[in-house]
Structure formats: structure tokens, C-alpha cells
Design a protein. Structure first.
Length: 474
């Protein structure tokens, strides 16, 4: 359940109105932002300024609202979902932030942790289903491998059409406080309910002031949790007003696609924002629920009229050595199989850099060298290009775990028993393991199950010799 949006007709203005704790009204309204009415809401992908949705925002004069408290840029982290208020330059890739607001989506104890694949974790927090991924989720004070039941975690991310929260950032907290957002019901009783999607929690609110809150309002409650009940220590409204704007960007999952209850001029929603695609003459891909996208456009009458839409989905993963670097083009090459052509990796303002090997705290493109192994996470676009969302330094040419490639199969050769991904062909031999649904199968069964350009597989070449030790059907 995403924060509901109320529309107001302020020309070229975005207004954010938050209600303070205890129901008292604190009008923290930001209007006439940068003179342009521009707002961007999405995941932080880098620093040195702040990168959100491919735009590098200068923050020299920015204020920072960190969960309702004045903060600094140092309080922000990669993977946080933020709202950026300010202006954007004509180049479309730089801008100036006057205010950056961060508020997590959910906080509470992990329950029912499972790992259906080695790179995916599923669990619940306060009854909300959560998905975390080794490659795309950022972790603070915990890792993908050390995350455990009962860990109290703060989550940033985006909800899909099933109200599952896809985590872009997880931070393990040292306290036991919980935070839950949803629609309030049961007032004026001091024991009431907050509902998020199909999940409801009871709230014991006798210790907080309830004056000013009303049933149906979208709120966040904080407190302690026991046996399905939150004993509230704090509650605030999470509703905000969205006015007309000549520029707007939003990142998230498509929901309510082909929903007959939507108005005629609304095609779907993202984060509960109504989207109209009539201004795009030809959509770059087929739209459907649960596709992660970034939409750019303008707000008119509470509807985001899209002028550009791009797909975001973790479809491609590569771990391989860097074999050349082009600093002018901001690109580099990796070579999964030494005797075959390299793959060119073009990075952008949206590409996040991480370090899991060297002591570099916040690596950038300039820290890459040809003796490093990197893990790349990206997705294929309809025009044939690949957007690389994350580059992680994992080792060097003498300290690494080998080559991994995960993508759709381009070609499979039954006679020579080879598999081609992204132009790279891997051989197999008698020791190669083939898996489907975590069950070992024969080459014949594997070959029959693979459909070129459709089936996605994961190839592991641990000794970097071009012969796959393991190929797994995703």
C-alpha cells in the first residue's frame, strides 16, 4: 500500500504537506521549488552530489528531511527511496536539489526467512511480504547471507501489484522499534486498526494524542510490537498533496494495469500515482503489472502524463574480469571467456558502484582497473541496449570465484553441447551439472527445456576456462 495522493491545482508547483506527530498540524510545505516545479522520486544510486533517476543533483544548498528530522547528506545511503525537490537543467542529467526527503517503507522483525534461490530471499515483516535480492538490494549492518529471522530491519523499496515489498535497501537496527504504514480505522477508540493491502495490525494508542486524525487517513505508526499489536509511541500522517508540475519522474512497479475501476484517462498506477501514456506515440515494450519502470512526464490535474517510459528489471547478471577501460566514453569491457569477444559495459548517472573487495568506501568509475573482477547487474531494453544498474568489485584476477553469467539463452547447440548468452558461448563436458527447479537433469532434458530468447539460465565457470561447471535454468 503506497501513500495516497491528493491533487491540487497549483500551477508548476509541487506541495508536500506532512502532519506532525500526535495529529497536530505542521505545514512543512515546499512550494515553487526551484521555480520549475520539478520533483523526482526514486532510489539513490550514487553520491558526489546525489544521483536519483539518472539525474545528478547538486546539494550544496539543499535541506535534508530524514524521517521527519533535520539531517545532512551523510544520513543518506544508496538504495534509499527519496523525494527530491528542486530544478533540473536542460541537459536532463543534472539539477539542483532544494530539499531531499527520506522515509522508509517498513520497519520490524524478520519472520519466515526463506531463500528459494541462492540470490533471492523472501520473508515477512509485520505481515508484509518482502523480497530481497543479493544483487539489487543494498544492505547496512547486515548482509544477504547473514540476514536472519528476528532481525529488526528498516526497509526502503517499492510495492508491486500483490503488495509485496521489493527491498532496495535493508538496514539492521539495534533497537526493537517498529514502523508500519497504512489506512487507519476504528477511531475514536484508543485501540484501532491500520491496514496495508491485505495486512492489518492492531494499534494500542492510549499513550499518544489522537486529535486531528480521522478514519481513512494514511498514517505511519511507530512503537513496540507484540503478538500482532503495536503499542504506539508516535503516529503521523503520511498523506501529501501533489500539484500540477511541468516535470515529474517516478520509479516503481506498474500496478492496476487494465483495472476497470480506474478513470478512462488513467492507464495504470505507480506508487499510487495515476499514469496516462497517451503522449507516447509508441510504447517501447508491452505494459503489464509488476514491471519495474521509470516514468518521466508532467502532472496535470493529478495525473502523470508520461512522455518517456523505460523498463527496469534485473534480467542480466555477469561476474567477469575487466579487460579494458575507456575513460572518455565512461565504459569498460569484460571478457567472460578469454578466447571470445568482450562485452562492452556502458555506465550512466544511474549506475551504482559498490566495493566488496578493496578498501574503497564509495567507489566510482575512476576506481576501476583491468586487474579487477566485477559483478554487473542490469536489464535488457527493447531497443537492444542494456542498462547496467550496479557494478560491484568482487575480487581481482588472482582472487576470484570465477565467471558467472545469467541471462536469456541466445543459442543452444545440441551437437556440440554449447550454450550462448550475450554473444558468449560456453562449452560443456562430462562433468557439467545441469539443473532445473534445483533438480539435476541430463543434457537432453536441459536442451528440451531451453527455448532461445525466452529461457533464462545461469552459467557458472569457476575456473575461467570457457567450460561451464554448472548451468541452471531460472
Amino acid at each position: 500500500m503506497i501513500t495516497p495522493i491528493k491533487t491540487t491545482a497549483f500551477a508548476s508547483v509541487i506541495a508536500l504537506a506532512l502532519t506532525a506527530c500526535g495529529g497536530g498540524t505542521s505545514d512543512d510545505t515546499t512550494a515553487g521549488i526551484g521555480g520549475s516545479g520539478f520533483i523526482s522520486t526514486g532510489t539513490i544510486t550514487g553520491f558526489g552530489s546525489v544521483y536519483v533517476n539518472g539525474v545528478k543533483f547538486n546539494t550544496d544548498s539543499s535541506t535534508f528531511d530524514i524521517e521527519g528530522v533535520n539531517g545532512t547528506q551523510a544520513n543518506l545511503s544508496v538504495g534509499m527511496v527519496v523525494k527530491v525537490y528542486g530544478s533540473i537543467n536542460a541537459d536532463g542529467t543534472t539539477g539542483t536539489a532544494t530539499s531531499i526527503v527520506f522515509d522508509d517503507e517498513l520497519q520490524g522483525p524478520v519472520a519466515g526467512l526463506a531463500k528459494p534461490t541462492v540470490d533471492t530471499a523472501t520473508f515477512t515483516v509485520l505481515g508484509i511480504n518482502v523480497i530481497a535480492e543479493r544483487a539489487s538490494t543494498n544492505f547496512d549492518n547486515v548482509t544477504f547471507d547473514t540476514l536472519a529471522d528476528s532481525d529488526n530491519i528498516e526497509i526502503s523499496g517499492f510495492y508491486d501489484s500483490t503488495n509485496t515489498l521489493h527491498a532496495s535497501r535493508i538496514e539492521k537496527k539495534s533497537d526493537s522499534e517498529v514502523e508500519f504504514k497504512g489506512t487507519i480505522s476504528g477511531l475514536p477508540n484508543t485501540t484501532f486498526t491500520i491496514t496495508n493491502g491485505a495486512t492489518s495490525v492492531n494499534v494500542e494508542g492510549s499513550s499518544i494524542a489522537l486529535t486531528g486524525f480521522s478514519n481513512g487517513e494514511y498514517v505511519e505508526v511507530k512503537g513496540t510490537y507484540n503478538s500482532g499489536t503495536i503499542t504506539a509511541t508516535e503516529m503521523e500522517s503520511e498523506e501529501f498533496e501533489l500539484g500540477d508540475s511541468d516535470e515529474f519522474e517516478v520509479e516503481g512497479y506498474i500496478t492496476n494495469f487494465n483495472d476497470s475501476t480506474l478513470p478512462e484517462n488513467v492507464d495504470f498506477k505507480i506508487n499510487d500515482i495515476s499514469i496516462n501514456t497517451s503522449k507516447i506515440s509508441s510504447l517501447p515494450f508491452a505494459l503489464a503489472d509488476d514491471i519495474k519502470v521509470e516514468v518521466e512526464g508532467y502532472i496535470d490535474g493529478g495525473i502523470l502524463y508520461a512522455t518517456e517510459i523505460s523498463q527496469e528489471s534485473g534480467e542480466i547478471d555477469i561476474t567477469a574480469p575487466i579487460t579494458s577501460i575507456n575513460t572518455t566514453a565512461q565504459s569498460f569491457e569484460v571478457t567472460p571467456v578469454a578466447s571470445q569477444p568482450a562485452i562492452t559495459i556502458e555506465v550512466s548517472n544511474e549506475t551504482e558502484f559498490e566495493d566488496g573487495f578493496t578498501p574503497i568506501e564509495s567507489p566510482t568509475f575512476s576506481d576501476l582497473t583491468t586487474d579487477l573482477f566485477v559483478e554487473l547487474h542490469g536489464y535488457g531494453q527493447e531497443n537492444g541496449d542494456t542498462f547496467w544498474s550496479k557494478v560491484t568489485i568482487t575480487g581481482n584476477t588472482t582472487t576470484n570465484d570465477g565467471v558467472v553469467m545469467e541471462s536469456r539463452v541466445e543459442a543452444i547447440d545440441d551437437i556440440n553441447k554449447t550454450v550462448t548468452l550475450l554473444g558468449v558461448t560456453f562449452a560443456t563436458d562430462g562433468s557439467t551439472i545441469y539443473e532445473q527447479n534445483e533438480t539435476t537433469i541430463s543434457w537432453s532434458a536441459f536442451h528440451s527445456a531451453v527455448v532461445p530468447d525466452v529461457t533464462k539460465v545461469k552459467v557458472e565457470d569457476t575456473d575461467y576456462d570457457g567450460i561451464a561447471e554448472k548451468i541452471e535454468i531460472d
